[in-house]
Design a protein around this ligand. Structure first.
Ligand SMILES: O=C(O)CCC(=O)C(=O)O
Length: 330
């Protein structure tokens, strides 16, 4: 693909809570953290050990005939397997037992006990394994939202999406490529809700998605023991280069009541943003009673108003424009 600007996600070593909170967190940009103590999982989590400790707990998984999973066109099936059987199948290339075809791909995003209401929490769904994984204590216990198993077949690619909470994605075994896009590139990603319609980010159809080249591509490859800080609203797309086990931890970055209470996945828009989006739908409906040329005109005016009022760069430019000559505070 031509001309998409590519940026390596910066790598930091010897990070502790203080340096994370002081140097990395306030930047609101992704960062790879190496050398944070994740506990004995790094040595212990072999396929055999996971199968034995995770035992016969039933897990709901994604199964697909192709490794590139597509949520919008639903090219995968939801199936249920005992954890031990799932790990066996996800770790092998060809399966003797299968749902769709002998080289099908598997993905687990673990869920809470009550799937609709409760966020995933490793210490509740997999207590014997959870004790091997040390959650980095970079936030207060009240901010904790969920800890989620991410287990993928080799080659499994997960669609580009954003979440509304801050996130530390820990790679425990295997390597994984992660591509990220800034929230400021949202208009270049052809969004449908929280997901991008551009599935093939490596060779996108530029006739269908011409603006996609304008999105800056941030990229890193996670190795066992690495943590990736994914700030809320940053888009991410993952590609497992080997069978791999990861855990991600979401925590609340905004006050607790900013979030939708019925959101077990951590991906529903904050309450105020949902209200604003609904109000926009009402505003657009109100325009419908006018002829098309008026709708076009007032649509453009609304865009200008929204840009001026909400875009960070535009606000700064606007305040400089309206503040007169810059003077030093007296
Ligand atoms: O690691 C993965 O497969 C996906 C991770 C992800 O989407 C997340 O941490 O929010």
């Amino acid at each position: 693909m031509e001309c998409q600007e590519k940026i390596h996600v910066p790598v930091f070593t010897d990070i502790n809570k203080d340096s994370f909170l002081q140097d990395i967190y306030p930047q609101r940009k992704p960062a790879v953290l190496k050398g944070v103590n994740l506990g004995p999982c790094l040595k212990k989590w072999t396929v055999e050990y996971l199968r034995q400790k995770g035992s016969d707990k039933e897990v709901k998984i994604h199964v697909s005939t192709v490794p590139q999973m597509d949520f919008l066109r639903k090219n995968f099936a939801y199936k249920t397997l005992p954890f031990s059987e799932f790990v066996k199948r996800a770790s092998e290339r060809k399966h003797s037992d299968f749902f769709l075809c002998e080289d099908e791909s598997y993905y687990l995003r673990s869920l809470g006990e009550d799937v609709r209401k409760e966020p995933a929490d490793l210490s509740r769904q997999f207590p014997d394994l959870a004790e091997d994984f040390h959650i980095p204590q970079f936030f207060t216990p009240e901010q904790f939202f969920s800890s989620v198993f991410r287990i993928s077949s080799c080659g499994l690619q997960l669609w580009t999406h954003y979440d509304v909470m801050d996130n530390l994605l820990a790679q425990v075994t295997g390597t994984k490529r992660v591509v990220l896009y800034s929230p400021q590139d949202a208009l270049h990603l052809y969004l449908s809700g929280d997901k991008s319609e551009v599935l093939d980010i490596d060779s996108p159809d530029l006739e269908q998605f011409p603006e996609f080249v304008k999105a800056k591509r941030y990229e890193c490859v996670l190795e066992p023991g690495d943590l990736l800080f994914i700030p809320a609203l940053w888009f991410h797309n993952t590609l497992a280069q080997q069978f791999g086990v990861g855990v991600n931890v979401f925590w609340r970055h905004l006050p607790a009541d900013s979030y939708d209470k019925k959101d077990p996945y951590g991906n529903k828009d904050p309450v105020a943003a949902s209200r604003a989006l609904q109000a926009l739908e009402r505003a657009l409906k109100a325009l419908d009673e006018l002829p098309a040329d008026y709708v076009d005109f007032y649509g453009r005016r609304m865009i200008q108003r929204i840009q001026k009022r909400t875009f960070v760069g535009a606000q700064v430019a606007d305040s400089i424009l309206h503040s007169g000559p810059l003077t030093k505070p007296g």
